[in-house]
Design a protein around this ligand. Structure first.
Ligand code: UGA
Length: 440
């Protein structure tokens, strides 16, 4: 099938490459010339394991091309996926839909035949209906264009596998024809037995918002338990393990620590709160305010504990920070809890050095101030405290004994509960973690 993917950020670049990889003829579209040039040359403009390989394979095979021209997109296909960003608005909690609106405003007047426009971005419930009206008002006479919603559930770091082998496909359509077209697009996945739910666009939009809200709730729930553990001497890791054995609860997304960040969960729960207010059901989801607050509190708790560990004041203390990205296997620092903690340490007068395996360039651009190092030993040189803020596998492979030789004081705060406290203690370290008693 011929299709376009408009917007080539995380979502769009991966979707375009994966659609080409399952055999479609794909044209990726973006206004950012540099991004388009990189992608056309088979280079991923961001770190995502597995993406460079499929980009190269499919651009070479001629199944994947890129352009900055919406006219070319309109001429190329009658099926268009919209994958542009829906960030938080600068003036409040709501989602900024201006990029999505700009795409449909640009595309609709250029359509030369009946078309299907399929949104994949995370949007407030009701967006498809509003966009359908917008499109209908702008298509040339005699042309019909349906708007459908097909939310994406990919995680950064696992984007390729999540796109090719998702847990489920959700098709929010208004006609049997749109359902049929989308089922044809995803035919190889359907043949592989992947669950596919066809529903109306509003339900499809809400599935995505609800899924991210649920995941955020799960993380804040266990972080709230971590606070109770700290106050009572209980151990949140054992608690999560024991809870996770209950199949109704499950262990995934019950890792207590610094909390969630990134370009999705924080802004999605806020946008949901804003949309629910508009729908006059704000009270029903008001618990999400608390989820957000619990999440923000973990950052403060980490900074406070760091202060306690260095004897009360961070001023003048040399702190080594391991991890800058919002999670491992990504170079993304958007709303990164690690960078938020780093900023607070700097505010309190600490001398901070930051290491990250992939995110240093983005971190430097987002937060000038600390020293950024691409070597862990250099980062930890003469440190009064080592703070583990993003759980890259690299850090689990460190030799605590060796590292103890380079720091001033072998003190570790594991804010991700991902390092082995026994091994670090055996290596001569004083170890603390969020939600765990000092002796665990
Ligand atoms: C999230 C969802 O997991 C995806 O399903 C969704 O498609 C995506 O948002 C999106 O809306 O586009 P992502 O932001 O890539 O994906 O990252 P997650 O793996 O969900 O992690 C989010 C944050 O939660 C990270 O900061 C991570 O460190 C934190 N987290 C995760 C915890 O603190 N504890 C956990 O147990 C799990």
């Amino acid at each position: 099938m011929r299709l376009t993917v408009i917007g080539t950020g995380y979502l769009g670049a991966v979707h375009a490459a994966c659609m080409a990889d399952i055999g479609h003829d794909v044209l990726g579209v973006d206004t950012d010339t540099r991004k388009i040039e990189a992608l056309a040359a088979g280079r991923a403009p961001f770190f995502e394991p597995g993406l460079p390989e499929i980009l190269v394979r499919n651009t070479r095979a001629g199944r994947l091309r890129f352009t900055t021209s919406l006219q070319e997109a309109a001429d190329f296909a009658d099926l268009h996926f919209v994958c542009v960003g829906t960030p938080q608005r600068a003036d409040g909690l709501a989602a900024d839909l201006s990029h999505v609106e700009a795409v449909v405003d640009g595309l609709a007047p250029l359509l030369t035949r009946d078309s299907l426009i399929v949104g994949k971005s995370t949007v407030p419930v009701g967006t498809t209906r509003a966009l359908a009206r917008r499109v209908a008002a702008q298509v040339p006479p005699g042309i019909e264009a349906e708007v459908a919603w097909n939310p994406e559930f990919l995680r950064e770091g696992f984007a390729v596998q999540d796109t090719l082998r998702p847990d489920r496909l959700v098709l929010g359509v208004s006609s049997p024809r749109a359902d049929q077209v989308l089922r044809q697009v995803y035919a190889p996945m359907l043949q592989a037995g992947i669950a596919c739910i066809s529903t109306d666009p509003a339900t499809a939009e809400l599935v995505k918002t609800a899924a991210n809200s649920f995941l955020a709730t799960k993380i804040s729930f266990i972080n709230a338990m971590a606070e109770v553990c700290d106050a009572s001497g209980a151990d949140v890791v054992t608690l999560a393990d024991a809870l996770g054995h209950d199949a109704r609860i499950g262990r995934r997304f019950l890792s207590a620590g610094l909390g969630f960040g990134g370009g999705c969960l924080p802004k999605d729960i806020r946008a949901f709160l804003a949309r629910a207010e508009e729908l006059k059901v704000g009270e029903a989801v008001s618990f999400l305010h608390q989820i957000d607050r619990i999440n923000e509190r973990q950052r403060r708790r980490t900074v406070d504990l760091a202060g306690q560990l260095v004897g009360g004041t961070l001023d003048g203390q040399r702190i080594a920070v391991l991890g800058a990205t919002f999670k491992p296997d990504s170079d993304d620092v958007r709303d990164s809890p690690a960078l938020a903690v780093t900023a607070a340490l700097l505010d309190q007068g600490a001398d901070v050095r930051v290491h990250d395996p992939e995110g240093l360039d983005n971190a430097r651009a987002a937060l000038p101030g600390p020293a950024y190092c691409d070597d862990v030993v250099e980062t930890c040189q003469d440190a009064d405290l080592v703070l583990h803020l993003t759980e890259w596998p690299h850090y689990r492979a460190l030799d605590p004994r060796e590292l103890a030789q380079v720091v001033r004081s072998p003190r570790l705060l594991d804010a991700r509960n991902a390092l082995d406290p026994t091994a670090w203690r055996a290596g001569g370290w004083h170890v603390r973690a969020l939600g765990r008693p000092a002796h665990v």
